[in-house]
Design a protein around this ligand. Structure first.
Ligand code: FES
Length: 577
């Protein structure tokens, strides 16, 4: 158990002084200054990487989660040492949290690698934190286990349940349409997010928690327990115990758990829960750290044979606390078992099949439907391809209006998010309900770094006339809690010179979800002429710092928006694995 017999623990990865004995002496001395006994310092170490921050409301309960993890680690005989990393509070970052996901992943990777730990617990929750932690852990490939924040609980407004953040958008749309007054929207503002935890619906945070479980990186049932429930603390304690069991278990390193079949299981679950479009980007990025691909074409192959099974907002009626009470992700995985690779090993050493075998039989069918009577027969997401999106785009069809799936429309184009903000509510805007709103220059290589601006607001004059949904197309992302007929992640993006940049107001665009296609009905000669007339203007290059690194390294959405230098070489490139 101690460094003398295994070389693990406090004395692994000594600080370089040119004298190993001196380095060991100094490290023990400074560790002793924190009041640890020698017995404690001789134990193997479980690092507890947490992302608590005063700028992250979703993580405000992390101190007690950390304490519970530490209890589990100590009870299992190791020494827990908590350390902070960057935190990404979704609503506290500018221009958008995605810009900093890769930075956080670097922090997580390097601090796992540089500090003496034999295993690590990753505590995250808010949208980008879990993917950043899994990306970092995949690259470091030290035994790791994920603990998520858990979802917020709902509150009440005038007798109605409220939960961030589908209801945020619903009430904001009502306010924009003049259906509710300022005093009511102010009251709702106070009630949308009233407990610790991540957004209460199947948004990006909940989706990533579910996918971490499907990948095998959490204990069974780890995804959906509410943040403030005592079960969340028990899950934290169990996570600490399991982390100790990972020490020295080479076959349970992240690269052995997050394998190609495990990513396929995660994709199946993503489709079955009607999960967030953002998750495609994150799964692709995590897989890329392991030399694996998550392709949009494969997503399309899986989507037709994967039914949506959970009835949660934004696509349905319930909230995450209902999913937990209904049986949680284990119950969903059991429904999907005939579609899953059951031999995938998980962080507890069990296979996915073992976990499903021991999942309690009871399930609330109002929230988790049987595969024989699903919420919908096919998956929540589809990828679209065409001359606007040669490398693909993504649409959450489970949150969209099927009446808009097969149609042709006139483009109303916006050059940037600033242009959108300036003109969308202009009474003179030439827009009708059956037009397609197009937003350009909001992709990963743009100056705004792919914000969640793809849910373009319905122009005020149309919203007031009762229009609830329109076809919207962009290279931006959309909050996982949003809904509508919204085509996102168009790749390559406009700022890098992708064909989306060539769309002009008045062009005709044809959308066919059935054919998975998105076509600009403008002939190639005209498009060539437009390209020659206005070649892509390189965005102003930041001169220094992280923004410069971002601009130089950022990849497109279909490559997970990771940095080129952080990805692992593919098997074919190395001949290994
Ligand atoms: Fe943190 Fe929604 S804002 S999960």
């Amino acid at each position: 158990m101690n460094d003398k017999t295994t070389g693990r623990g406090l004395l692994s990865g000594l600080t370089s002084t040119g004298d190993r004995a001196l380095s060991a002496f100094l490290r023990r001395s400074f560790a002793s200054s924190m009041g640890y006994s020698r017995d404690m310092l001789d134990r193997p170490i479980v690092g507890v990487a947490h992302s608590a921050s005063g700028f992250n409301s979703c993580h405000r309960h992390f101190p007690e989660l950390i304490e519970a993890v530490e209890r589990g680690v100590l009870a299992a005989g190791a020494l827990p040492i908590a350390f902070p990393t960057i935190s990404l509070g979704e609503l506290f970052l500018s221009p958008t949290s995605l810009k900093f996901r890769n930075l956080m992943s670097i922090d997580v990777e390097e601090m796992i690698r540089a500090q003496p730990m034999d295993a690590v617990v990753l505590i995250g929750g808010c949208d980008k934190t879990v993917p950043a932690q899994l990306m970092g852990a995949a690259s470091a490939d030290v035994p790791a286990i994920q603990l998520v924040a858990g979802p917020m609980s709902t509150s009440r407004h005038r007798g109605e349940r409220l939960g961030a953040c589908t209801d945020c958008r619903r009430f904001w749309a009502k306010f924009r349409a003049g259906e509710i007054e300022r005093d009511e929207i102010d009251a709702v503002e106070q009630r949308l997010a009233s407990t610790a935890g991540t957004c209460a619906v199947m948004g990006t945070a909940s989706t990533m928690a579910a996918l971490a479980e499907a990948l095998g990186m959490t204990p069974a049932g780890g995804a959906a327990i509410p943040a403030v429930d005592a079960d969340r603390l028990r899950m934290a304690e169990e996570t600490g115990r399991v982390a100790v069991s990972l020490i020295g278990a080479d076959h349970l390193r992240p690269s052995r758990i997050m394998t190609e079949p495990a990513f396929e299981n995660a994709l199946r679950l993503l489709l079955a829960i009607g999960g967030s479009t953002n998750a495609i980007i994150h799964l692709t990025a995590i897989a890329g750290r392991l030399g694996l691909d998550v392709s949009l074409r494969r997503l399309n192959e899986l989507t037709d044979s994967t039914p949506v099974l959970v009835d949660l907002k934004p696509t349905g009626a319930g909230y995450m606390e209902d999913l937990h009470a209904a049986g949680g992700i284990p119950a969903v995985l059991r429904e999907l078992r005939d579609l899953l690779r059951l031999d995938c090993v998980t962080v507890t050493g069990e296979t996915l099949g073992d976990r499903i075998e021991r999942t309690p039989a009871w399930v609330d069918r109002a929230i988790i439907r049987p595969i024989s009577a699903p919420v919908r027969d096919n998956g929540g997401l589809v990828a679209l391809f065409g001359n606007i999106a040669p490398r693909g785009a993504v649409m959450k069809r489970s949150a969209a209006d099927p009446d808009l799936f097969e149609r042709e429309g006139r483009a109303v184009a916006f050059e940037s998010v600033e242009d959108l903000a300036a003109r969308i509510d202009d009474p003179a805007l030439d827009a009708a309900a059956d037009d397609f709103l197009v937003l350009k220059n909001a992709g990963p290589t743009s100056a705004v770094a792919m914000p969640e601006a793809g849910y373009l607001p319905i122009p005020a004059k149309l919203a007031k006339a009762g229009v609830k949904d329109m076809v919207r197309i962009s290279d931006a992302r959309m909050s996982g809690a949003a809904y509508g007929t919204v085509v996102l992640h168009v790749a390559p993006d406009a700022a890098s010179g992708g064909p989306l940049a060539l769309v002009r107001s008045g062009d005709r665009i044809r959308l066919s979800v059935r054919n998975r296609s998105l076509e600009l009905m403008v002939d190639q000669l005209e498009l060539d002429r437009r390209r020659a007339e206005s070649p892509p203007s390189a965005a102003a290059r930041p001169q220094r710092g992280y923004s410069r690194l971002y601009q130089e390294q950022i990849l497109q959405a279909d490559e997970g928006c990771d940095f080129e230098f952080l990805r692992a070489p593919k098997e074919a490139e190395t001949g290994e694995r």
